[in-house]
Design a protein around this ligand. Structure first.
Ligand code: UDP
Length: 410
């Protein structure tokens, strides 16, 4: 059998004071009509990345409102994950397609996992392309199938997408973050649902300024000087080199400024390490640039502390599917500056709840504006927090899923 992920207990009632009673009541009403329905989420991994982050909260809340809901992760060896990494990059626009052998590996592992999946589900929600072939292999195991896409399919490698599409035809519905991500041919069955963060998770729960300062200080940050921060994987699309360039321009005007680049690393991801090393080289020994990763013990609490304490959160991506880090930052009412790409403009109204930028120069300019006008930073932060509360917290995501379950006639 596939491995079931053990999730914590969560209660929708605990969220009421944050998201309001109306939403929680709507959730209970919608859920009552679906009580006892058997739902399984299938994903590639239980750790790391946005999907796991979301399911850790969504699954226990689905259970709390009365659904018989589980989360299972597929089995795969290195050869499978090598193939799915090529697929992931290709679907987000990389010219390199999978080789015939890699497609065969992907298909073979999907067959193994399809066989291992239990049966008799009312609904099977398959996340992302790694396990996407399962519906076509064992359609009889669930009465309904939904494919949940977490990646940016707006400019895919067409050959890779064309090869994947026949497998997606087996899902009655597919779900995307934004309309621009819906592939041609699947528009008729597409739903748009934005992701969300859990305001009560250790990464997002309210920290006192003193606690945040205490943690940042441990990492060598001078907590009395301004700090810019970007939390993200060491990946060219997250543009940490551009962040360093922008920081240098700011530093010419404000010599006190510091920068923290915090990014988790997988020990088995050589590409990630190469880019991490390139980032360290680009920083060129500047003692005010702090480059940290999970091997320095930076976990959820530390990410929370950096996001809560810093003067500006940056996410200067040149490609971004949604950007949970953006939501995490604005939920903490921090002034935010990010690339005007993908899911970032979905969350930020330029000049109101943060700034959207298209270049290093613009990024530096906006940093200087915020650093020299605390009132501006505060206004942006408060507007951002309001957006996060209304649109991007897990109870809203739960409500959207329940509404979708109704639409598909469960
Ligand atoms: N993250 C983390 N530690 C790090 C870097 C990232 O916990 O050192 C988390 C981050 O807080 C966010 C997630 O990883 O919750 C990244 O999601 P996002 O959608 O921003 O980007 P992705 O990595 O999925 O492209």
């Amino acid at each position: 059998m596939l491995q079931t992920v053990t999730v914590p207990h969560k209660h929708i009632s605990d969220y009421q004071s944050i998201v309001g009673r109306t939403l929680v009541e709507e959730i209970r009403e919608r859920a009552a009509a679906l009580a006892g329905k058997r739902i399984v989420h299938v994903s590639a991994t239980a750790f790391g990345g946005g999907v796991a982050e979301i399911l850790y909260t969504l699954v226990p809340l689905m259970v709390d409102v009365g659904l018989d809901c589980e989360w299972q992760v597929i089995y795969g060896r290195e050869e499978f994950f090598n193939a799915t990494k090529v697929m992931h990059n290709a679907l987000q626009g990389n010219p390199q397609d999978l080789t015939e052998e890699e497609w065969e590996t992907w298909r073979r592992y999907n067959e193994i996992n399809a066989e291992q999946l239990g049966g008799d589900w009312d609904l099977c929600i398959v996340h992302d392309p790694q396990p996407a072939a399962i519906a076509s292999i064992v359609p009889e195991k669930s009465r309904n199938w939904v494919w949940r896409c977490h990646i940016d399919l707006s400019t895919p490698n067409e050959a890779t997408l064309a090869r994947l599409l026949p497998y997606l035809e087996h899902y009655s519905t597919s779900v995307y973050h934004m309309p621009a991500y819906v592939p041609n041919g699947l528009d008729g069955r597409a739903h748009i649902v934005a992701p969300a963060i859990d305001p009560l998770a250790p990464k997002n729960m309210a920290f006192s300024p003193e606690d945040a300062v205490y943690i940042c200080d441990q990492f060598g940050i001078d907590v009395d000087r301004p700090l810019l921060c970007q939390i993200s994987r060491f990946d060219p699309w997250k543009d940490p080199l551009g962040v360093i360039d922008a920081y240098r321009m700011v530093k010419q005007e404000m010599p006190d400024v510091q920068l923290a680049l915090v990014g988790s690393m997988a020990t088995d991801d050589p590409e990630g390490w190469d880019f991490f090393n390139a980032t360290v080289a680009h920083a060129d020994g500047d003692p005010d640039i702090h480059i940290l990763n999970n091997l320095n013990n930076v976990g959820a609490i530390e990410v929370n502390a950096f996001q809560s304490h810093c003067d500006i959160v940056l996410q200067k991506s040149t490609r971004e599917g949604f950007g949970l880090t953006v939501t995490e930052a604005i939920w903490k009412a921090r002034p935010f500056i990010g690339g005007d790409v993908g899911g970032i403009p979905l969350q930020i109204t330029n000049g109101v709840s943060g700034f959207l930028v298209g270049s290093v120069e613009e990024c530096a300019q906006r940093c200087l504006e915020i650093l020299s006008d605390p009132g501006l930073g505060k206004r942006l932060g408060l507007a951002g927090k309001d957006t996060a509360r209304r649109k991007f917290l897990t109870p809203r995501l739960l409500r959207d899923w329940l509404a979708l379950f109704e639409t598909i006639g469960m």
